[in-house]
Design a binder for this molecule. Structure first.
Ligand SMILES: [Zn+2]
Length: 405
């Protein structure tokens, strides 16, 4: 007979054993999240970084001197459980979704993304994936998940367990997500998704404020989806932690975001993905021009927000077959006026700050989790090096991607 407790203990010991051996890695350069080390070693022990700096004499590190090390990347907006081939059966749908989503998780790791904030999933498939990954039973990035996103009862997304109308229902749904094990709350504060590019505000200011306060009261952050400026204005005023997508932000809202340090996660590249794949997604050809026009408005808003001093986090809004393209967003950030280093910060130190994990992720520092990405080229000179030339990825001390040979 298998004792489930004993089984758990044995797994834990095995995982510990995998990490127990100390190892050292020699890189041509290391960007640790703040500064560059030339010809440096990173030593790792028990899944954590022990030291970063000049290689010690007598050490025999693994030779990765052809590569440049950067911290494991953070994608602050994914939908890891969205697949083009959705499960057909209603019963057991969550389990089927988790099965189908394994490839999305693997492709995400291959881009150097070792941590995601997953904003919206059905059947709590996101919570199942997070726990499988954390227990070493599935390959994938570390997941911070929201469960169901809150939505009003209009058609489209309404009708499911995320539906809420009025302050009382909003409180109930926020608390239900936290009760189910969500790490973060997601609220759809406006219309707009896929080829629907409208941005009508859905929740009222009072409902948004109730969600923000209920999330914060339980120690959770809240991300608010808005395609247009109206909901963004109310969400910022209500104290939301991040504004997702938003185009056309007015000057006062941008100034308020800079003042309050509200994060902007513009997700510019996801509409590029929809335009590029309109056939696969069954969108009519005329959707392409509309999507590309939205991309340009999104880029312009990002440019304004960046120059006003708003904090950014990189979010791909990856769905369906977009996994593996998670970091293309960084290219838009450089177009919006960031240096490659500033763009990298949105996917490392700043992303970690948005997730509330800046004390253990987003940088290569002693005591931090050993999430390390090796790229070929200088990522601070050309952001494309990060987007296209990831060669090796370590997550929590384990090498999860190796394309060095
Ligand atoms: Zn999204």
């Amino acid at each position: 007979m298998i004792d489930p407790m004993l089984h758990r203990c044995r797994s834990a010991v095995l995982l510990y054993a995998l990490h127990a051996t100390a190892a050292s890695y020699h890189f041509g350069s290391v960007w640790d999240g703040a500064k560059v080390w030339k010809d440096a070693c990173i030593s790792v022990n028990s899944g954590k970084i022990e030291s970063v700096g000049p290689c010690a004499a007598g050490d025999s590190p693994a030779d990765l001197t052809r590569f440049y090390a950067i911290p494991g990347l953070i994608d602050a907006h994914t939908h890891m459980t969205y697949n083009l081939n959705e499960p057909v059966a209603q019963a057991g749908r969550g389990a089927a979704t988790v099965y189908l989503s394994q490839g999305n998780a693997r492709k995400t790791l291959e881009t150097g993304v070792t941590t995601v904030r997953n904003l919206g999933a059905s059947d709590y498939a996101d919570i199942a994936m997070r726990d499988l990954i954390n227990n070493g039973l599935m390959a994938g990035p570390r997941m911070f998940v929201s469960g169901y996103g809150l939505t009003i009862s209009r058609g489209g997304r309404g009708g499911g367990p995320g539906t809420a109308d009025g302050v009382t229902e909003v409180l109930k749904v926020v608390r239900a997500q936290v009760g189910a094990g969500a790490d973060v709350i997601k609220m759809y504060g406006s219309t707009g998704t896929g080829r629907d590019l409208t941005g009508f505000q859905t929740f009222t200011y009072d409902e948004i404020k109730a969600a923000v306060d209920a999330a914060h009261a339980l120690g959770k952050k809240i991300a608010i989806h808005t395609y247009g400026p109206d909901c963004a204005r109310d969400a910022v005023r209500a104290g939301a932690d991040s504004i997702e997508h938003a185009t056309g932000l007015d000057e006062a809202t941008i100034a308020e975001m800079a003042r309050r340090k509200t994060f902007y996660v513009p997700t510019i590249d996801h509409n590029r993905y929809y335009a590029d794949n309109y056939r696969k997604l069954n969108y009519p050809e005329r959707a392409v021009a509309e999507l590309n026009a939205f991309v340009q408005r999104n880029l312009e808003t990002a440019r304004q927000a960046f120059h006003a001093g708003v904090r950014f986090a990189m979010g791909s809004d990856a769905v369906y077959t977009m996994f593996g393209e998670n970091t293309r967003e960084l290219g838009w950030f450089v177009q919006a006026g960031m240096t490659p280093q500033q763009a990298l910060a949105t996917a490392t130190t700043d992303g970690a700050d948005l997730l509330g994990v800046a004390d253990r992720l987003g940088a290569l520092r002693p005591g931090y989790l050993a999430d390390i990405v090796a790229v070929e080229g200088d990522p601070l000179a050309d952001i494309k090096v990060v987007i296209d030339r990831v060669r090796w990825v370590m997550k929590g001390g384990d090498v999860v991607v190796d394309k060095t040979k």
